[in-house]
Design a protein around this ligand. Structure first.
Ligand code: CDP
Ligand code: CDP
Length: 226
């Protein structure tokens, strides 16, 4: 035991996972790992190579040949795809609309889960995603399943859109519901709450309230681990 724990945060889109995970990591002096960014980077690479999200064999070849790296930094995490900074490029709508289908392929998941487990080997990691508590880090000392109503999640994402990205709120809500449905119903590592996860509903909580709750839980787990 080296005095550190791993924290797994899972949940649907817009529940607040990345915002909260980043702050929790900062407070604990841990490293934040955004696994969604890795699935987005594979999706961007596929888009650029003209690979459709259903082309299983081509996706397998792609994911086994590209290099994805997450670089933690003071201004947040940088995502590198074959050395290129794609931190912004992976957030576009054409990536968002395809990422769930790309993430459903076994070869894609196997490769990314290997990288994720390696990153967490030394502990002191806060990792967010869909299958962290169930699949990637089933031994994580603390697991949080963060949820919020789909209306609130859509509104949060709506407020993040730039002028040139504006789509109607109800369309955004529909797209988020669709992605939740794909993530919850895929065959491999679907989005589900681990048996030993603490469920937090952030619908009516501020970011700081959620962070404080998770920090409390972390301190309890740290004391137990000693
Ligand atoms: O930030 P947002 O909630 O929009 O999504 P994300 O965390 O960037 O993840 C994008 C997509 O990647 C999800 O909708 C899932 O389809 C997939 N994903 C996954 O399958 N497993 C993970 N551990 C993380 C993301
Ligand atoms: O990573 P995930 O998709 O779960 O959500 P996010 O990108 O961290 O958060 C979506 C948006 O909701 C961000 O703009 C947050 O500032 C906002 N928000 C939140 O995360 N938690 C709250 N309790 C309230 C707002």
């Amino acid at each position: 035991y080296n005095g550190r724990i791993n924290v797994a945060i899972d949940g649907p889109a817009g529940a607040g996972k990345s915002t909260v995970a980043r702050k929790v990591a900062e407070s604990l002096g841990y490293i934040y790992v955004d696994t969604g960014a890795m699935y987005r980077a594979v999706t961007l690479a596929a888009n650029r190579s003209g690979i459709e999200p259903h082309e299983s064999d081509r996706l397998k070849e792609l994911v086994e040949s590209i290099h994805i790296r997450l670089k933690p930094g003071v201004e947040g995490q940088t995502v590198l795809l074959n050395g290129e900074d794609v931190t912004q490029a992976i957030r576009t709508r054409d990536v968002t609309l395809r990422v769930s289908q790309v993430a459903s392929h076994e070869a894609v998941r196997t490769r990314l889960v290997d990288i994720q487990r390696e990153l967490a080997a030394l502990k002191g990691i806060v990792m967010d995603g869909r299958d962290i508590g169930t699949q990637v880090l089933p031994q994580a000392e603390l697991k949080v399943f963060l949820v919020a109503s789909v209306q609130v999640r859509a509104l949060r994402r709506y407020q993040e859109l730039n002028e040139n990205e504006r789509i109607p709120l109800n369309q955004l809500e529909e797209e988020i519901a669709q992605r939740d449905h794909s993530d919850e119903n895929r065959e491999i590592s679907p989005l589900t709450c681990a048996k030993d996860a603490v469920v937090l509903d952030s619908t009516e909580l501020t970011i700081d309230q959620v962070v404080a709750l998770i920090l409390d839980l972390s301190r309890t787990k740290l004391a137990e681990a000693k």
